[in-house]
Design a protein around this ligand. Structure first.
Ligand code: ADP
Length: 334
């Protein structure tokens, strides 16, 4: 896990791992979450106990996995990683839990997508550090109680509201990650450029930052694409001109909207007259899963004032029409 960027050598996923902040101090932005989490960890350290379970929510790429890794690192505890979709049976979870040691940190990404029986097993594990392992089926089935050493669960979800109340309530600390401000993304881009050995001008960084959808993962990815462009088409230096040309080539527009964002707005305005339209209908129109539209595209579009959620469905704002270069209809719903 402690690969340097040079060792990571080209593989995009390894590069992403190498760019992760490793301590709370290295985390850019999210000041409140950092302070609160720092306190939770410090207190746990003083008491010599595993910290309370932590729930991290927010759109993809804002740093949930990074924070989970930092929690484990700051507690000098091993981290185990799994994800909701990988836990299809209670038995999958029992196998993971029974292999845990005291103080281990278990990270469950997309925790809202875990199978229901596993979820119920998790309630008990979180609260009583115990699970009932059911052996056999039907009337002959027996439940064998199994103690698990105190551990810390770090759950990640794109929206805390997707979790059933009883699960949400068992987390002692819940943090919602917000989109990053351009000046924070600017810092992240400069830090990553330093690690990657990319020569970057201030205006070039600012251009990438302003088009990164408020998301560090996207900032780092765009930096790599812009670097490719700089190396192939220019002299390797990321200037504002290079950044603009590269981002245009990759269809990231001036406000950071990507292809999916634009196709959602495009369908909303051109096919549904600006709405209101249900999210499922909208998702079908753009040929994407409902979850992708709802959890990836929509939070950014809402936060930036292009789309509104109303009880009757999704509605395009005047800014959406304008951004697509369309005339705002006189009877626009908003
Ligand atoms: P998530 O789990 O929420 O999808 P990750 O934790 O995988 O997001 O973060 C994606 C990438 O963004 C990481 O590789 C990391 O380099 C970068 N990143 C995320 N948050 C921060 C931050 N606060 N400061 C610096 N880099 C960050």
């Amino acid at each position: 896990a402690s690969l340097t960027v040079a060792e990571a050598d080209g593989d995009e996923r390894t590069i992403e791992a190498a760019l992760r902040p490793r301590t709370l101090d290295e985390v850019v932005g999210q000041a409140r979450v950092r302070d609160q989490l720092g306190l939770v960890l410090e207190a746990a350290r003083l008491r010599g106990r595993a910290p309370d379970h932590v729930l991290l929510s927010g759109p993809p790429g804002l740093g949930k996995t990074t924070l989970a890794m930092i929690i484990a690192a700051e507690m000098s505890s091993p981290l185990r990683l799994t994800s909701g979709p990988a836990i299809t049976h209670a038995g999958d979870l029992a196998a993971i839990l029974s292999g845990m040691n005291e103080g281990d940190v278990l990270f469950v990404d997309e925790i809202h997508r875990m199978a229901r029986p596993a979820e119920e097993m998790l309630y008990m594990a979180m609260e009583d550090f115990r699970v009932d392992v059911v052996i056999g089926k039907g009337p002959g089935a027996t439940a064998i109680p199994l103690d698990i050493p105190p551990f810390t669960l770090v759950g990640a979800t794109t929206r805390a509201g997707l979790l059933p109340g009883p699960l949400r309530d068992r987390f002692g600390f819940t943090a919602h990650l917000e989109f990053y401000e351009p000046h924070e993304l600017d810092l992240i881009i400069h830090r990553s450029a330093g690690l990657l050995g990319v020569e970057l001008e201030g205006e070039g960084a600012a251009e990438i930052a302003s088009r990164s959808r408020g998301t560090p993962r996207i900032a780092n990815r765009l930096l790599r694409r812009v670097r490719d462009y700089a190396q192939v088409k220019a002299d390797g230096v990321v200037t504002i001109e290079v950044a603009r040309a590269a981002l245009d080539l990759y269809e990231v527009d001036a406000l950071g909207l990507d292809r999916l964002d634009r196709s959602v707005l495009d369908a909303l305005c051109r096919r549904f007259g600006g709405g209101p339209v249900g999210i499922s209908t909208l998702a079908v129109a753009v040929g994407e899963e409902r979850e992708t539209v709802e959890e990836v595209a929509e939070p950014f579009l809402v936060r930036n004032g292009f789309l509104a959620r109303t009880p009757r469905g999704r509605v395009a704002t005047p800014a959406a029409w304008q951004h697509l270069g369309l005339a705002v209809p006189a009877a626009a719903p908003l």
